[in-house]
Design a binder for this molecule. Structure first.
Ligand SMILES: NC(=O)C1=CN([C@@H]2O[C@H](COP(=O)(O)OP(=O)(O)OC[C@H]3O[C@@H](n4cnc5c(N)ncnc54)[C@H](OP(=O)(O)O)[C@@H]3O)[C@@H](O)[C@H]2O)C=CC1
Ligand SMILES: O=C1O[C@H](COP(=O)(O)O)[C@@H](O)[C@H](O)[C@H]1O
Length: 497
């Protein structure tokens, strides 16, 4: 973000966007709604052109109708207005293409012919065909030195496969034009972490093992695997959520202050954290990590099947749908501070939050029964209601309360504090950053690879010890062992939801 000094004007953000996989789940559920919102807010400059690519035999009109149907379903009704919808749909072209074969790419080149704008190629397709698309675009002469490529997670299945994928993308695009998405980096509160930590001296001076006792990161999902058995069973919650989203959150909490807001200054600091993450060896594998898999239970009051009864399931699967772990960043700032991470599908509610637990005062003078209360917590809520709350202790009010302590929040609720501004979806922000050519919210190759290295050793440990997942009923907070893991340290998961 050194671009601060020379922030591009809106017209600098004009692009030609080629969206591969335009009729897929991600494109229809997230990307087109995000692009629609950008257009509605005046952030898609006049000349911006969008082409959807897929292999269905459609003409432009039929494609626009499919996108219009998706927008009707996905965009809140009070945010759908006829003029914006009409303008947005009018920007869309469609190209039928089999991505694996170079034949047909001539149409992409022709679509670009004479355009003064940079092209953004968005690969909303499985990672195994990233290489084919990059090479075919190059072979057909569709690329130039300004083309950017956006790739989705997961980049591979382990370190080796991610290196292969990164190698083929890297044959065609330099790192400075590769945008690896981790959509958690586009969430409003995640970005606020950077502001919170580095703009507030109050926190800057306290952000280390002298003042922080432990950190919790919870990313609980209410949904199950949503018909994605084929993908999910190969991955599991560690690869699907921890390798990327949770480790990115951990990095933003744990990293040292970057020397400026340049993309590489931030990413250098994140890499240092990933390299300092303690591996799980020996006893720690059984003690500090819990894998779980949901069985039948309830969700929002309705009965739901277990993981092994989901459509397309293989009943022998040991894939985990839940992981909890205690890890540590082994460096001067964090030595001895546990980072407790948990994430799972079919939890009681959708909740993503980070809780920073500050240490207690060195000498305690209040009611001994209240001793466990006597520490500040900083609660950073990513979803559903974005906000930041600092839990402080005050005297309980009333004549009969004496010097009883009462924990209460100093609360910043983004929706109430900034009521006029709609909180944009992560993909809106990320697409806008790609349009501006700014990379600080995207993941660099070495980050992906260090994250895989750490996950690979954990998976190898599970496999070597044959550690099947523990069962938990859908609609619960995971296996009981995940609660025992933290209570054995005299702590508990923060549950004041
Ligand atoms: N869906 C999600 O919520 C998330 C997805 N992602 C990532 O985003 C990417 C897209 O995911 P998703 O939308 O779910 O996947 P889908 O399978 O729903 O969409 C992929 C699209 O690509 C098309 N496609 C695949 N191969 C070819 C080919 N050779 N030629 C032409 N078209 C082809 C498919 O067409 P067809 O239907 O004809 O097969 C399909 O429309 C993946 O990398 C995924 O890991 C990341 C985070 C969340
Ligand atoms: O990347 C993924 O993220 C979603 C959760 O995203 P959220 O923004 O709804 O929290 C997860 O369901 C999916 O399995 C995973 O691939």
């Amino acid at each position: 973000m050194s671009q601060h000094s020379a922030m591009p004007s809106v017209t600098d953000t004009e692009i030609d966007l080629a969206l591969f996989g335009a009729l897929g789940d991600l494109a229809l559920r997230k990307l087109f709604p995000a692009l629609y919102h950008l257009d509605r807010e005046g952030l898609l400059p006049e000349g911006t052109r969008l082409v959807g690519l897929a292999r269905q035999d459609l003409d432009g009109e039929a494609f626009r109708q499919q996108v219009a149907g998706a927008l009707q379903q996905r965009v809140k009704s009070d945010e759908q207005d006829k003029t914006s919808l009409k303008r947005f749909l009018a920007r869309l072209d469609y190209l039928k293409l089999d991505f694996s074969s170079v034949e047909g790419y001539e149409a992409v080149r022709a679509w670009r012919e004479g355009s003064p704008r940079p092209m953004v190629v968005y690969l909303s397709v499985p990672a195994r065909i990233y290489g084919d698309i990059c090479r075919n675009l190059q072979a057909s002469g569709s690329l130039d030195d300004s083309t950017r490529v956006v790739v989705e997670k997961p980049i591979g299945y382990d370190l080796a496969s991610s290196q292969e994928i990164n190698d083929v993308i890297g044959e065609v695009f330099p790192e400075s034009r590769i945008y690896r998405i981790d959509h958690y980096l586009g969430k409003e509160t995640v970005q606020n972490l950077i502001a919170l930590r580095f703009a507030n001296p109050l926190f800057g001076t306290q952000w280390n093992q002298n003042h922080i006792s432990h950190v919790e990161i919870t990313v609980a999902e209410q949904v199950g695997i949503e018909g994605r058995w084929g993908y999910f069973d190969q991955a599991g919650q560690l690869r699907d959520m921890v390798q990327n989203h949770l480790l990115q959150l951990l990095c933003l909490i744990a990293m040292d202050p970057p020397s400026n807001l340049d993309a590489d200054a931030i990413r250098d600091e994140k890499v240092k954290v990933l390299k300092a993450l303690k591996p799980f060896v020996g006893e720690a594998l059984g003690r500090d990590v819990v894998r779980g898999q949901y069985t039948a239970g309830t969700s929002q009051g309705a009965a739901v099947p277990g993981y092994l009864e989901e459509e397309g399931a293989n009943t022998d699967s040991h894939t985990e749908t839940f992981v909890a772990m205690k890890t540590e960043v082994a460096n001067w700032r964090w030595a001895g501070v546990p980072f407790y991470l948990r994430t799972g599908k079919r939890m009681p509610e959708k909740l993503s939050q980070i809780v920073i637990h500050f240490r207690q005062q060195p000498h305690y003078i209040f009611d001994p029964d209240q001793r466990s209360l006597a520490a500040n917590k900083l609660i950073i809520r990513l979803q559903p209601e974005e906000g930041i709350a600092l839990q402080v202790l005050t005297k309980d009010s009333g004549l009969d309360k004496g010097m009883r302590l009462r924990p209460g929040p100093l609360h910043l609720d983004f929706n109430n504090a900034f009521p006029k501004s709609r909180i944009p979806d992560a993909y809106e922000r990320l697409l806008l950053e790609v349009m501006k050519g700014q990379q600080y919210l995207f993941v660099r190759r070495d980050e992906v690879e260090h994250a895989w290295r750490w996950c690979d050793q954990l998976i190898a440990g599970w496999e070597a010890r044959d550690m099947p997942p523990r069962r938990y009923p859908a609609g619960s907070w995971g296996p009981v062992a995940s609660i025992a893991m933290i209570t054995q340290d005299g702590r508990s998961w923060y549950e004041d939801y």
